[in-house]
Design a protein around this ligand. Structure first.
Ligand code: ARG
Length: 396
């Protein structure tokens, strides 16, 4: 058996290497995909080889992740349960795709991932693997062995695997779109996450005393420039993580409904994602009509649920994305955001082709709107309600 393992370098995947060799006597190759997690990739390679991998591959997929996944999430205002910008969920189908490519090229008969059987990530890997390479066998060592996190740490120490038990207290999944932080004391939903769990976010006491204003430029729904400087999306996002985090913005702590039916307390830091989605929502309101906005909300919710539940490769996604792209053709303009002490206030926006018409809305005498039209409109708008009360006498 030759296995291609999606390798993050964390606890789950490191014990997986050893276990695959022990249990299946497999040849293991590991693949680390860079989706913006700011890790020391040389150290990860070393850890993989020290843990028994035959070969290690590294794929830089930051650009692809930003352009094909993150940009879609922005256009879809993708927030699962209104809170989570889907950072981990979006990365999985991409990582799975890169693993499959290498698996097929290197003649593997099996692909593997380090997900547990309790979470959503298993769905995202399994479903993408089987869509892209239906003939490869899938193994998930942690799920199969049914190990707990403590048992994994014990197993790793017993076999001399190079892990850091202190760091392993939290289960962290990171990419440029956000960091998911789980386990340890966070499992008690009453306990406030300790600051050491965060990377970008500064405690409010340590954030600057003066607000910082930024201007984000969107073209067709996708951010293209920050403060007038054009930059690739992956860079813009990473920059906003730093700026937002420095001002204490981007904190998410919510009770999440996993697909398997478990509620979990999820902590994330996602400064760029929250800034960009909120700015995008604001710009859309400037450009799109209310009927489109209202209907798009339904599509957005479906989109987020599909991505969350591992169905990125499902054909429905193409249809949803086609609808969303159609709505984004005119979503071009700029949004001003003011960051201060954990908040990101939208303080201004302008669009290339706004549906907002100042000459109509203005209360000054320059108004183009003939308000006499309001009288009959109002009568017709209220006609049905009026007739209801006519039969019954006035409302008391
Ligand atoms: N609950 C999130 C999701 O399902 C995050 C999972 C990330 N995994 C982790 N090891 N922290 O998308």
């Amino acid at each position: 058996m030759k296995v291609a393992l999606a390798y993050s370098g964390g606890l789950d995947t490191t014990v997986s290497i050893k276990w695959l060799k022990e249990k299946y006597n497999a040849e293991v190759i590991t693949i680390t995909v860079d989706v913006g997690q700011e890790e020391n990739f040389e150290e990860i390679q070393e850890r993989s080889l020290k843990s028994g991998a035959l070969e290690h591959y590294f794929v830089d997929a930051k650009k692809k992740f930003a352009e094909e996944y993150v940009s879609r999430c922005i256009k879809a205002n993708g927030l699962y349960e209104g809170a989570y910008p889907l950072s981990s969920a979006l990365s999985r189908p991409l990582i799975a795709e890169e693993v499959v490519k290498i698996a097929l090229r290197e003649g593997c008969d099996t692909v593997a991932h380090g997900c547990t059987g309790k979470g959503n990530d298993q769905l995202r890997f399994d479903i993408t693997f089987s869509a892209l390479a239906p003939n490869l066998k899938i193994i998930a060592p942690v799920r199969e062995w049914n190990m707990s996190r403590d048992q994994e740490i014990e197993y790793a120490l017993k076999h001399g695997l190079p892990i850091n038990p202190k760091k392993s207290r939290f289960s962290i999944d990171e990419n440029l779109w956000g960091r998911s932080i789980e386990a340890g004391e966070l499992e008690d939903p009453w306990i406030e996450p300790p600051w050491e769990a965060f990377k970008y976010l500064k405690p409010l006491e340590e954030t600057p005393e003066t607000p910082k204003e930024i201007v984000i430029r969107f073209e067709k729904g996708v951010p293209v420039a920050l403060d007038g400087v054009k930059m690739p999306l992956e860079e813009l996002v990473m920059e906003l993580n730093k700026i937002g985090g420095m001002h204490g913005y981007g904190y998410i702590d919510h009770i999440e409904d996993r697909v398997v039916g478990l509620k979990s307390r999820e902590v994330y830091e996602a400064p760029a994602a929250l800034i960009l989605i909120n700015a995008h929502i604001d710009l859309e309101k400037m450009v799109l009509g209310r009927r489109t906005l209202e209907f798009k909300k339904i599509i957005e919710e479906k989109w987020a649920n599909m991505v969350y539940s591992g169905l990125w490769v499902d054909p429905l996604m193409n249809a949803l994305n086609a609808f969303i792209d159609e709505t984004q053709k005119e979503v071009s303009g700029e949004v001003r955001v003011k960051l201060y002490k954990g908040s990101a206030r939208i303080v201004g926006r302008r669009a290339e082709k706004p549906l907002y018409h100042e000459e109509f809305i203005t209360y000054t005498s320059k108004s183009l709107f003939d308000q006499r039209a309001g009288e009959y409109f109002s009568k017709l708008w209220g006609l049905e309600t009026h007739l209801w009360y006519m039969r019954r006498g006035s409302r008391r």
